[in-house]
Design a protein around this ligand. Structure first.
Ligand code: GLU
Length: 498
């Protein structure tokens, strides 16, 4: 393994969402590119907001996307003693101190600052308490928090972010922030830095919402004498109104599992999410896994926020058109054998799976999938638009039925005759079919389009689809004849409807 160590560190307070998945993808790509280590850390120290379901959702989502981690999941809550001992080391080396100020006193000071229209900052009352005073207060069991002693000199925390460039935060704008609460619980700002130091994380790739904490975390690193990692704070993903994407506002469309359920392929998701805020100089759109790993670099991460076209108020809207087109691209072009496991899952879920598709009907099945996928966008299309190929129950597109099978309120009168002729066509192949249809058209004085549209609708339920003769060959004479005879509203001899 190389020397790169990265991590994805979600707080398990909800399902894996688009922004989190994107952060995970960037870290995973970076680790794979440099043959490094990708750690999964669950930042579950906020016990009230963390849930078991959320943890499971994150693990499932990452697995579905194919983002295998090399270490973890490490649960932050299991490392409380590391965090506390780091805080005590900071006290011993003079980088932190115990603060005994009561909540009430601090609240009064805050209100006074507010009344005077000044920004409140902890005033450092306990920064330099004499050792004896500290000992006395402790002996009296006075509760205390542990605060970091921010330098009170001119100067600033300065670092070069790989995405945002040089970032500077003046010491005077950072208060002596709390590292450990009065109840003995470490704060996130401490726990996060201590875990990154312990795990030897070399690159912290996260969203720009993490930037506000970085100067404080750098002070923790410095106090502990640890080598600083490189930081890369990625731009955010916004909705079309340029506001932050959130579960509250956008509902389930922000969750990765929504895309699984809607019939997206995991690699299409990864490819699409990688392009939210990252690009190659030539704006390439499609990448195999190896190509994406090769192409990925931190320089390609843009500073401007990206937009994910999410429309929670439109019930017909599935997703960003670009994501849909990337999914269609993979669905139509990936080797059929690779598509099979996804298809099987999809067809099983919709009761359209037949074990024969893997056995004696395998050739037929692969051919059919290849034929029909050229118009599909989603895996779910196989069980909706493609249901007629795999089973006997399928939905008819009612407007197609009305338009293509009826004329002046009546079903085309020649449908039954066509069914009879097709049923006995022997041999049943492209040449015999074409010849038979040709003769049928001239005998009944029909235009080809009328016949094609009517038959296609009757046998597949859809008005559009793959090449007509191919559709007929794929379905075979019995199914075609049966479906033609079953056209709604057709008066036919029930005995013939075998
Ligand atoms: N737990 C933090 C979050 O979910 C991530 C912090 C980080 O990556 O440093 O926002």
């Amino acid at each position: 393994m190389g020397s790169v160590v990265v991590r994805f560190a979600p707080s398990p307070t909800g399902y894996l969402h688009i922004g989190g998945a994107r952060t995970a993808i960037f870290n995973w790509l970076y680790a794979r590119k440099y043959n490094g280590k990708f750690i999964l850390r669950i930042e579950d120290t906020d016990a009230e907001r963390s849930t078991v379901e959320a943890i499971q959702g994150i693990l499932d989502g990452l697995r579905w996307l194919g983002l295998q981690w090399d270490e973890g999941p490490n649960f932050q809550s299991h490392y409380t003693s590391d965090h506390l001992s780091a805080a005590h080391r900071l006290i011993e080396s003079g980088y932190a101190y115990k603060c005994f100020c009561s909540k009430e006193v601090l609240e009064e000071k805050r209100q006074a600052a507010q009344a005077a229209k000044k920004t409140y900052q902890y005033d450092g009352t306990c920064r330099n308490l004499p050792a004896q005073t500290i000992a006395d207060l402790e002996a009296a069991h006075r509760p205390y928090v542990i605060r970091l002693k921010v330098p009170r000199t001119e100067g600033a925390v300065v670092f070069d972010d790989q995405v945002c460039g040089r970032v500077e935060k003046r010491y005077q704008d950072i208060e002596d922030f709390v590292l450990v609460r009065a109840n003995g619980m470490p704060l996130y700002v401490l726990a996060n830095a201590v875990d990154d130091i312990r795990d030897g994380v070399t690159h912290i790739i996260r969203g720009q919402d993490g930037l506000a904490n970085t100067p404080k975390q750098i002070l923790v690193y410095q106090g502990l004498g640890a080598k600083l990692p490189l930081f890369a704070h990625m731009s955010l993903t916004l909705d079309p109104q340029k506001t932050k994407i959130s579960k509250r506002k956008h509902g389930t469309q922000v969750a990765i599992h929504y895309y699984k359920e809607k019939g997206f392929l995991p690699w299409a998701m990864v490819n699409f999410l990688a392009l939210l805020g990252w690009a190659t100089p030539e704006s390439r759109e499609f990448f195999s896994k190896e190509e994406l790993i090769q192409a990925f670099n931190l320089d390609g991460i843009g500073r401007t926020n990206s937009v994910f076209n999410i429309q929670p108020d439109d019930p017909k809207f599935i997703t960003d058109p670009k994501l849909l087109s990337i999914n269609a691209h993979y669905l139509r072009s990936m080797p059929i054998e690779e598509l099979l496991p996804y298809l099987k899952e999809q067809l099983l879920a919709s009761s359209l799976w037949n074990p024969a598709f893997e056995k004696d009907q395998k050739q037929w099945f692969l051919h059919t999938v290849d034929l029909i996928r050229s118009r599909f966008h989603l895996l779910t299309d196989f069980s909706t638009l493609g249901a007629a190929y795999f089973g006997e129950t399928f939905q008819m597109d009612q407007s197609a039925v009305k338009k293509n099978l009826f004329e002046q309120g009546r079903v085309h009168p020649w449908i039954t005759a066509l069914a009879d002729e097709l049923a006995v066509l022997d041999p049943f192949n492209a040449q015999t079919l074409e010849a038979m249809l040709h003769s049928f058209l001239s005998r009944y004085q029909l235009k080809p389009g009328k016949l094609i549209n009517a038959v296609r609708t009757a046998v597949t339920g859809q008005s559009v689809g793959p090449e007509f003769i191919q559709v007929l060959l794929c379905l075979g004479p019995e199914r075609i004849a049966r479906r033609l005879r079953q056209v709604p509203g057709l008066s036919f001899d029930v005995k013939n409807n075998s």
